[in-house]
Design a protein around this ligand. Sequence first.
Ligand SMILES: Cc1cc2nc3c(=O)[nH]c(=O)nc-3n(C[C@H](O)[C@H](O)[C@H](O)COP(=O)(O)OP(=O)(O)OC[C@H]3O[C@@H](n4cnc5c(N)ncnc54)[C@H](O)[C@@H]3O)c2cc1C
Length: 392
Amino acid sequence: MQEITNRHGEKITVDDENQILDTVNRWLEKDVRDQILELEHADAYPHEMVEQMKDLGLFGATISQDYGGMGLPSQTYAKIVTTISEVWMSLTGIFNSHLIMAAAVERFGTEEQKSRLLPRMALGELRGGLALTEPDCGTDLQAIRTRAVRDGDEYVIDGTKTWISNGLEGNCVALLVKTDVDIQPRHRGMSLFLAEKGPGFSASKKLKKLGYKGIDSAELLFEGYRISPDNLIGGKEGEGFLQTMGGLELGRINVAARGVGVANAALKDATSYAQIRETMGKPIGQHQAIQLKLGDMATRCHAARLLVEDAARSYDRGERCDMEAGMAKLFASEAAMENAAECMRIHGAYGYSQELHVERYYRDAPLMCIGEGTNEMQRIIIARQLMERNPG
Ligand SMILES: Cc1cc2nc3c(=O)[nH]c(=O)nc-3n(C[C@H](O)[C@H](O)[C@H](O)COP(=O)(O)OP(=O)(O)OC[C@H]3O[C@@H](n4cnc5c(N)ncnc54)[C@H](O)[C@@H]3O)c2cc1C
């Protein structure tokens, strides 16, 4: 039986993978699909589904079995993310950024931090995400202003983070701060803490947004928040930027997998509608103008899926894969944008209706072009890696 191995050497069989995907599919059909329109348009947090996701083990999907997780390879995990995103992309945000936070602990944390934090994260008891972005900077993370200053046995943190997924409903974040504002290069003054909510750490605002409804995006305030050095990931100051960049490879594969899901959903709905809607005495799918759109949409889905699989395989082998993850994220998110727009055109006025899912794909797709590093930045990362790997 063919096996798939994750970057820690844990293996699952293709049969195991199929069973996991089957279980996720059954859950989506039984407990999710019929509730989406109501939750989406009320922008309501799907509390019940979150409990079901805990039972499915999704909060520990990529955490090693040694620490209570499922230890799934990112190849399998990406398929789960795509499967869920085909139905309701928002749901994946609830465990995606949580697992990037967990990956930062697992890759860079001390043994004490891993055994203290990861089992609670795998159960979804500790639940959160990644707090990097600030009101004044997102792409240029080295310009952050949130500061951690040593005060006796503790650090004191002050600053504001914004657009933080799971910021309201979660109870912790991997928090990027400055521990030294004078050092050059700037990244050597950055550190990553695992910060649990408590006095001085509050979610100050739920942000209103175009799509990605249901899941909370929040502004977080740190005002004299005191934290033990035990929660400085890796136990050493100055490594936070590199730790964050390491976590973003998996993050970009996740976002790419979401893009494939939305692109696939748009293709499925369009293919089905093209065969039932008639104009000029025949289904619109018999008109070449519509066939050209479907042909392009299907090709984009296929290519995006292959890029995600390729990046995930490279991640599982433990290789540096910022170029592969960047290509997958860039292509799959743009595929989601284009397919969502074409799906809407194929549906005519119904594509604009809130009674169908089509308009949601159109609102959700742009997030994938922005989150985990904008697509402009992905192009730059790809080009730099291209030159590094092919010196002139
Ligand atoms: C729904 C949602 C959820 C999010 N979740 C999180 C989260 O959980 N945690 C978190 O930390 N952040 C989160 N973000 C923030 C996201 O990561 C940032 O929005 C993103 O990194 C871009 O930063 P910015 O918005 O500050 O844009 P800016 O950095 O201000 O960029 C503005 C524009 O300039 C371009 N640009 C910037 N620099 C360059 C350059 N050097 N070369 C070429 N072009 C450039 C960008 O591509 C973009 O087009 C979320 C955002 C959204 C919308």
